[in-house]
Design a protein around this ligand. Structure first.
Ligand SMILES: [Zn+2]
Ligand SMILES: [Zn+2]
Length: 221
């Protein structure tokens, strides 16, 4: 419907309300903080020559790789927030599309979104990670991993407590026999949630786990 009206009357940009043929006008689209600097292949934080960073060397995460499209900074944070909390599902197409440009789906056996607990899903009505993952063009495996424990939202907790908060929260429903799995999420901040998902996948026999995330929180510089 949006496209239909946009063609007839011209649409307005989701961010600046200026005229736009797409969800964003060209200027706002150009403002998005795309990640183009060399980064750690494992956690996607900046790393001068694109080598594995000191943090990952010191304490290797359960996931093997991370691909992120954007920095979690203005105005990408506005878009992610609107998708997650305001039901602006059209943004999943935009954000998923940006992620789709960066990922390499070859060699991946299964794609899963980070699951919400059943209670949280009922409350919100949708899982933003599922909506993003649907836009990647790869078949999704929604039943493979479940969130068993409802935990306080990570964003409400200090960084130091996030690891403990999600420990043991995920469980795989079947064995994975050496499969290569991609895990889709909207935002990666400390990586604690994705690390727990990867731990569950590895425990179920996954050989390789890669995170596909729309936005990566970067350290303050
Ligand atoms: Zn705009
Ligand atoms: Zn790293």
């Amino acid at each position: 419907m949006r496209n239909f009206f946009a063609q007839l009357f011209g649409g307005s940009c989701f961010l600046c309300r200026g005229s736009a043929a797409e969800l964003l006008c060209k200027a706002c689209d150009a403002d998005l903080p795309r990640l183009t600097e060399p980064c750690c292949p494992r956690c996607a934080l900046p790393s001068p020559r694109g080598e594995v960073c000191g943090r990952c060397l010191q304490e290797a995460p359960h996931y093997d790789a991370t691909i992120a499209a954007l920095a979690y900074a203005f105005p990408a944070d506005v878009l992610v927030h609107a998708l997650k909390f305001r039901g602006e599902l059209a943004l999943a197409g935009l954000l998923g599309g940006m992620l789709a440009e960066k990922i390499i789906p070859q060699g991946i056996d299964r794609v899963i979104p980070v699951p919400l607990s059943a209670a949280r899903l009922r409350e919100r009505g949708y899982n933003q990670s599922v909506e993003i993952a649907r836009r990647l063009g790869a078949p999704l495996d929604l039943a493979l991993c479940v969130r068993e424990r409802d935990t306080p939202a990570q964003m409400d907790l200090p960084y130091a407590e996030r690891k403990r908060n999600v420990r043991g929260a995920f469980r795989c429903t079947r064995s994975l026999g050496g499969a290569r799995v991609a895990v889709v999420d909207d935002v990666m901040t400390t990586g604690a949630t994705l690390n727990e998902v990867a731990a569950a996948l590895k425990q179920a026999g996954a050989a390789h786990v890669v995170n596909w995330v729309v936005a990566r929180t970067l350290p303050d510089v």
